[in-house]
Design a protein around this ligand. Structure first.
Ligand code: NAP
Length: 264
């Protein structure tokens, strides 16, 4: 399917690996030029090189996207579109798992900064330009934990719920939705990435089990009987960024192999 977005510019956060990479890869295959962001320069460059084979321009910004300096570097990267992105995929890695009794104010501020305020800052900087140009797509990578919270991911449950509430209201502004600017959240269940593996390690250590035992037990709880792949996550993201998806906004789209048990 031609997604109708060839030649547009996308900003993708947390893009060197995992779900962010999946989104960058699917967008590159759709002919979209990219600014890819993550902190580690070597891994980022290697991933960007792989995507240049699709014949698109791929720029890299090795910065912490959760900081004002990191975001400033994105807006000023040489050869980039400034703040005139057509597509923004927000993603910055998730907060650490743990026990809420151990989280002080600083831990909460860090989580809210990364998983709520950073996406809001990126939206604030870009959506009015998108509206003026008559096309815009924002996809926030959040988590299935927004709909079905996980006990050890309290920082994620809390911070992402704040973003979800913000998006629910802002996306429905006629100044955005009425000008072909959509904002949606994509909620991953269990995807086979480094993040999932490190969470499983934490659970295994806590429970005195092996990582394989924990991983196998989790896999069996998923109706699809497998973990998701970054590629399929990215393809869903690219569809939400397509011309065809212009009537989808303000949604929380679960992609979890059927793991969430509710009807709504
Ligand atoms: P991942 O495999 O650990 O990849 C995270 C990516 O983000 C890496 O490229 C990392 O590179 C980058 N990153 C992390 N912090 C950053 C920062 N401050 N600034 C810029 N880049 C940063 O994680 P993932 O599994 O793809 O997860 C992506 C998001 O989905 C996370 O928020 C995670 O909590 C959420 N999620 C994942 C799952 C899952 O099953 N995988 C489920 C639910 C929710 P550097 O470290 O080099 O910066």
């Amino acid at each position: 399917m031609d997604l109708g977005i060839k030649g547009k510019w996308a900003l993708v956060g947390g893009a060197s690996k995992g779900l962010g990479w999946g989104c960058a890869s699917a967008l590159a295959q759709a002919g979209v030029n990219l600014v890819m962001v993550s902190r580690g320069a070597a891994a980022l460059e290697a991933s960007a090189d792989g995507l240049r084979q699709h014949g698109v321009t791929v720029l890299t910004v090795a910065q912490d996207i959760t900081t004002p300096a990191g975001r400033e570097a994105i807006w000023s990267v040489a050869g980039g579109p400034g703040k005139n992105f057509d597509i923004v995929v927000t993603n910055a890695g998730g907060p650490p798992p743990g026990d809420f009794r151990d989280w002080d104010r600083d831990a909460w501020i860090k989580a809210v900064d990364a998983n709520m305020l950073t996406p809001i800052e990126l939206i604030r900087a870009t959506v009015d330009g998108m509206a003026a140009r008559g096309f815009g797509r924002v996809v926030n990578i959040t988590s299935s934990a927004v709909k079905s919270p996980i006990d050890i991911l309290g920082l994620s449950n809390g911070a992402r719920s704040g973003l979800t509430g913000f998006v629910a209201g802002t996306s429905r502004s006629s100044q955005l939705a009425g000008r072909n600017v959509t904002i949606n959240n994509l909620l991953p269940g269990a995807f086979d990435t480094d993040r999932l593996r490190s969470n499983q390690k934490t659970i295994a250590t806590k429970a005195g089990k092996s990582v394989e035992e924990v991983s196998e037990a989790r896999r069996k709880t998923i109706p699809a009987q497998r973990f998701g792949t970054s590629q399929e996550f990215g393809e869903t993201c690219a569809f939400l960024c397509s011309q065809q998806a212009s009537y989808i906004t303000g949604q929380n789209i679960l992609i979890d192999g059927g793991a969430y048990p509710g009807a709504f």
